[in-house]
Ligand binder design. Structure first.
Ligand code: ADP
Length: 488
């Protein structure tokens, strides 16, 4: 489809409509003026006809027939309006007998007389050109034939001056319309240009940003909607730049994260291969490191896969009745030993019981592991991680509080977003909390984080005590994998 420019659209829609309206106004006023003038002339001719007719009747009553014709002749010859119109008399044969101008008249062409003869009112009208080419209006009125010389009278007026006056008026109106049209055209094109030019500039700048020049920004062109558009595009560029930066940091930290366990695995594998006589203790130690690092690697790959599934909208959960205490207990157990090695004390205030909920046990355990792992990771040796669980109203709360490095207030709102890392000194990909947040939201719960830089962080996980109906639609039982296997 051909691209229609704003100018063309304006030309067709706005200017075109105004043009049609003005053309209609000029035409209608032309017709109205023409009709008004012509009917005024016709009215004058009819008035004269009635006046002369009345006079003739009075003459015929008071004068003997022989004198009547003389009377009429002298009236016609001295007709008072002869400067304005011509008065003629027509005899019974349809011939012009007398004219107020004194000139003879071609009697062949009297359509108004023929019309008057055929009309019941005895009146006829003709508008058209006479032999000389002059345009006239003629009105014929039949009179009671007193004698054969006088059967009708005819009034003829030239329309040249009337037509001139009409033409001048229509021309004036048309010129005024043209002036309006020109004004609309100039102001319209000026206005369109004031939109089209900045839009082109904005388009060029947006293409530059799209082609990868994320530093490029658009100067705000005006204080209107276009200005707002510029700011929105600049904001979009800021966000793209941010995301690009975070993505690059993510790639670098993930590569780093993958390299560390791989180095350990390779180191131990080479050591074990190169040594012929190693003792059982060394072999065990090496294999333990290889096993632990492999587990770390696979955990990381799993986290990456989860993240990619969330991004693709293919992340799903398997809901079942579960005891949160069992999952939390398992996560705490896994990390207590690790924390001890890093000289961090884990205090778990295990409640007697918690309400049973419906949820994905593996995913919830994954959330607890992530949050506890963070608490340990961002604490220094000698620190304490306090874990509490309790039920209040219709919710279960799990709180993990540490006295580690804390988070700066400006970073706090961003830490649940993907790729974001507030602290680059510790290992991590920056997607753990984003995945955890997604899982908790799919359970209709929330994660709230309070933190003070240098003092510590408290992560509060809220999970509603739900029933199966409250939860998102579940896959059918046939689709479900065995309990321990994650359905993704
Ligand atoms: P990462 O794998 O980098 O830990 P997360 O998504 O789990 O990614 O966390 C995002 C960021 O939030 C971390 O990089 C860290 O800066 C901050 N953070 C999370 N938990 C804590 C905590 N307990 N103490 C201090 N900072 C934390």
């Amino acid at each position: 489809m051909a691209l229609k420019s704003i100018t063309t659209r304006w030309f067709l829609n706005s200017f075109g409509v105004i043009f049609i309206i003005l053309a209609t106004v000029v035409t209608i006023s032309g017709v109205a003026i023409h009709n008004y003038y012509y009917s005024a002339v016709k009215e004058v001719l009819n008035n004269r006809a009635s006046m002369v007719d009345g006079m003739m009747i009075r003459y015929s009553e008071n004068t003997v027939t022989s004198n009547f014709y003389t009377e009429i002749r002298s009236y016609v010859e001295s007709f008072p309006d002869k400067n304005m119109m011509e008065l003629m008399t027509i005899n019974l044969n349809g011939e012009v007998t007398l004219t107020s101008s004194g000139f003879s008249y071609n009697t062949q062409n009297l359509p108004d007389y023929t019309m008057a003869l055929n009309s019941s009112s005895g009146e006829g009208l003709y508008i058209g050109n006479i032999e000389s080419g002059e345009k006239v209006m003629a009105v014929t009125r039949l009179v009671t034939p007193i004698n054969s010389e006088f059967s009708a009278m005819r009034f003829v007026v030239s329309l040249e001056r009337v037509d001139d006056a009409i033409r001048n008026m229509v021309l004036t109106i048309a010129l005024a319309a043209l002036a309006v049209l020109a004004l609309v055209l100039v102001s319209g094109l000026f206005f369109i240009q004031s939109i089209v030019r900045p839009v082109r500039e904005i388009g060029a700048a947006a293409r530059q940003i799209a082609s990868g020049d994320l530093k490029s920004r658009i100067a705000r062109v005006s204080d209107d909607e276009l200005g707002v558009l510029c700011e929105t595009i600049n904001f979009m560029a800021d966000e793209l730049e941010n995301t690009e930066k975070m993505k690059n940091e993510f790639i670098s930290s993930v590569s780093h994260e993958l390299r560390t366990p791989l180095t350990a695995i390779r180191g131990w594998a080479e050591t074990l291969l190169d040594t012929d006589n190693y003792d059982a203790a060394t072999l065990k130690k090496g294999m333990r490191v290889i096993s632990a690092e492999t587990e770390r690697l696979s955990g990381m790959v799993e986290e990456l896969l989860d993240f990619s599934r969330i991004q693709n909208g293919r992340f799903s959960l398997v809901f079942q009745k579960l005891d949160l205490l069992a999952e939390l207990g398992e996560a705490v157990l896994i990390y207590t030993e690790k924390a001890r090695r890093e000289q961090i004390q884990v205090i778990y205030n295990e409640p007697e019981m918690l309400p049973i909920i419906y949820g994905d046990k593996n995913r919830l355990r994954q959330v607890f592991i992530n949050v506890i792992d963070n608490a340990i990771k961002y604490s220094d040796p000698g620190g304490t991680v306090k874990i509490d669980a309790f039920a209040r109203d219709d919710d279960i709360f799990i709180s993990v509080a540490d006295n580690g490095c804390g988070i700066a207030p400006e970073d706090l709102p961003k830490i649940k977003t993907k790729f974001f890392k507030a602290n680059h000194t510790r290992r991590g990909s920056g997607i753990g909390l984003a995945v955890a947040n997604e899982i908790i939201q799919m359970h209709k719960g929330s994660i709230d984080i309070e933190s003070t830089l240098g003092v510590g962080t408290t992560v509060l996980i809220r999970i509603p005590v739900n029933s199966p109906e409250d939860l998102p639609e579940q896959p059918s039982l046939l689709e479900r994998k065995p309990e321990n296997e994650q359905k993704l």
